[in-house]
Design a protein around this ligand. Structure first.
Ligand code: MN
Ligand code: MG
Length: 670
């Protein structure tokens, strides 16, 4: 028995060599590709060998050659995320019959089934459905619905088929052909209908993932599924999540009937050291609730591989053991695993391997051919000049509230909304703008920053400055609600404590449980953040402690903003629809939203020469903390811009193992 297998039941070791009812089935996952096809960074306009399906295709070829019984699935979020996706959606368009380049690449790789993620809906339902008409693989989504069932989830009319039964011939450990029926069922966060309300209202409904699973699993078993694989575009989450949870992979793994969980959405790598062990989650063995599981990172960073040891038991197959692995694109290729197949004589191993290599053609060249043309077209489109900037536009200090990049986006949104509200009942109210940094390092690494030099701007810079396809939205809020936004944003920081006796090393400035986009920078008002105070918002419990306050006086146009004064706050459709529950969102406080993408608004703003240089350089200030220090991590390319945070007296330490530059900031003299 290979040590890499997690054995669920005692294996009949003595019988292994002669048993004809044993088979090895490999299940492969790609997830969260986000249109990363060619190994190229379109924002920086240079190659990046660490991402993309073109390169991942080589790993897929190799994994298929190692194991003749292999299935390949994609777990969603494939349609949006690079300028290639924007180029197709906004520039070239997708007409009836066109093949989207992501679909073309998937067809070339011969995926066995795919599911949909939340980002598939960013360009609207019609765009998605047009793209899917050319997809060769079956598309499964059980909990996204055209019409919810009246009495029971099993009567739901789902957007695509809820599940698919794949009949496959596999070679058992003695080299004999055997039949297997693999059921695949798809899930995605039900929040999609909230996040994309403007595009989907009245056209798409969503149900809780676990409810939908419970509705369809018995039918799949009755229809003869030997094993069932969940294509779950969802993060791991907690074992007993409430109804409608966004991250439900653990809850799905608990269900009888699901044998394998392919997870995604949270862009983590599983199995791997980045995920903590819990009673349900074994990040070493790669199991969740004892079921084999995998999550293959994002942008083509990894290939998920789940190997199952199956035993034929009368009419059906049982999972006897499993091994999960996330193979990194960046790492050197692992040695071929065929030699570790259990229960094979040396001769049989060799025979199987040769057979596999012959039977499994390499598909990677076809993937490269499928994306070549669109790669060139995208480069031509995004290099077209549209304007110019006198300031460098970067996001290295965006998490300190100092970013020319987010300031430019704020001004573009503010002007657009002010114009749209002219002549309405809301005209005359002050218009302020909130922008969260999207490219600010974090999990995406030390290269993931906006870094644009002063000078000409091209279309690729627009995508760099704002790469989510949200639209502009506006809320009519009072001063108390604005304060809640600021308190919530200021909760991304750890508390800074000063111990005059023990000279302790400074802590990290940012709470790692918070994402960069949790930090909303509000432009158009003045305030200070006092980090000597505890945070009001707790990301673990998702609750607020109203006694905690880090925000002092808020001023607007030089005068204090009181709790009842009203302002218009410009934000995006995602936030305004209630994502993360900021004050006044998700209801009738939203007074404006259209389907015009922020990307388009920004493009127009950059193309208007008088407007581009209007930016607010320091919308966020920190309160003075004598002796207060904290460690801030940013990209090493921030070095030429350090003067912009001179008031925080940055002192460079060693870079951290991920390659981030670490700065000790001093809050004594701000
Ligand atoms: Mn994603
Ligand atoms: Mg997602």
């Amino acid at each position: 028995m290979d040590r890499g297998f997690t054995v669920h039941q005692p294996l009949p070791f003595a019988a292994l060599g002669t048993a004809s009812g044993l088979a090895h089935l490999r299940i492969m996952e790609t997830t969260d590709l986000h249109v990363h096809l060619a190994p190229y960074d379109y924002y920086a306009d240079c190659p990046n060998p660490d991402l993309g399906l073109v390169k991942l295709a080589h790993l897929i070829d190799r994994a298929r050659a190692e194991c003749p019984n292999a299935l390949l699935f994609d777990n969603g979020d494939f349609l949006q995320g690079t300028p290639v996706g924007d180029y197709i959606a906004y520039e070239r368009g997708l007409r009836e019959g066109d093949v989207h380049p992501v679909i073309a690449a998937m067809n070339a790789l011969e995926f066995d089934a795919i599911t949909l993620g939340n980002h598939e809906f960013n360009y609207g339902l019609d765009f998605l459905m047009t793209a899917l008409t050319r997809c060769d693989a079956p598309v499964v989504t059980a909990n996204l619905l055209r019409a919810p069932g009246v009495a029971a989830p099993g009567q739901d009319r789902s957007l695509t088929r809820p599940y698919k039964l794949l009949d496959r011939t596999i070679i058992d450990t003695t080299g004999r052909a055997q039949q297997i029926r693999v059921g695949v069922i798809g899930f995605a966060p039900p929040q999609i209908t909230m996040w994309e309300r403007q595009l989907l209202q009245g056209r798409l409904w969503a149900r809780d993932m676990v409810q939908s699973a419970q509705a369809w699993l018995p039918e799949m078993r009755e229809a003869g599924a030997d094993i069932i694989v969940a294509l779950a575009h969802t993060g791991l989450g907690h074992p007993r999540t409430g109804e409608g949870a966004e991250n439900a992979a653990v809850a799905l793994a608990r269900l009888d009937g699901i044998d394998v969980v392919l997870a995604g959405h949270s862009h983590m790598v599983f199995p791997g050291p980045g995920i903590a062990a819990t009673p349900e989650i074994d990040p070493v063995a790669g199991t969740i609730c004892g079921k084999p599981a995998v999550m293959a990172g994002f942008w083509g960073s990894h290939l998920g591989v789940v190997d199952l040891l199956l035993q034929r038991d009368g009419a059906t197959w049982h999972v006897m053991g499993s091994r999960s692995e996330a193979r990194a694109l960046r790492a050197p290729a692992p040695p071929a695993r065929t030699g570790t197949l259990p229960g094979l004589s040396a001769g049989a191993k060799g025979r199987l391997h040769d057979e596999a290599a012959r039977l499994v053609p390499r598909r990677s060249p076809a993937v490269r051919r499928a994306v070549q043309a669109v790669h060139r077209q995208t480069l031509a489109a995004i290099r077209r000049p549209i304007g110019a900037t006198r300031h460098p536009l970067h996001s290295f200090f965006a998490l300190l509230g100092r970013s020319t990049a987010t300031a430019l986006v704020a001004e573009a949104k503010r002007r657009y909304i002010a114009h749209k509200l002219e002549g309405t009942e809301h005209a005359g109210l002050p218009v302020i703008a909130a922008v969260a940094p999207f490219k600010a390092g974090g999990r995406s690494g030390p290269r993931h920053y906006t870094d644009i030099s002063a000078g000409p701007l091209a279309l690729r810079h627009v995508s760099d400055l704002y790469f989510f396809p949200n639209s502009v939205a506006a809320l009519r809020l009072n001063g108390a609600q604005i304060r809640q936004w600021l308190e919530r944003s200021a909760s991304v920081f750890n508390r800074i404590t000063v111990d005059p006796v023990a000279d302790t090393a400074p802590r990290a400035l940012l709470n790692p449980a918070m994402a960069p986009y949790d930090f909303e920078i509000l432009y158009g008002i003045d305030h200070r953040i006092d980090l000597s105070q505890p945070a009001r918002f707790d990301p673990d419990t998702q609750t607020e402690n109203a006694r905690n306050s880090r925000i002092g006086e808020i001023r607007l146009n030089g005068a204090p903003l009181d709790d009842t004064a009203e302002v218009i706050l410009c934000t995006n459709s995602f936030r305004a629809n209630g994502a993360a529950g900021f004050a006044g969102t998700g209801g009738d406080r939203m007074i404006y939203c259209d389907t015009r993408a922020v990307h388009e608004v920004l493009r127009h703003h950059i193309g208007t020469p008088d407007l581009i240089d209007i930016i607010d350089p320091v919308p966020v200030r920190f309160a003075r903390i004598p002796g207060g220090k904290a460690v801030f991590a940013t990209g090493p390319n921030a070095v030429p811009h350090l003067h912009e945070i001179a008031d925080l007296n940055p002192h460079r330490m060693d870079d951290n193992p991920q390659g981030f530059m670490q700065l000790v900031l001093d809050f004594s003299a701000v």
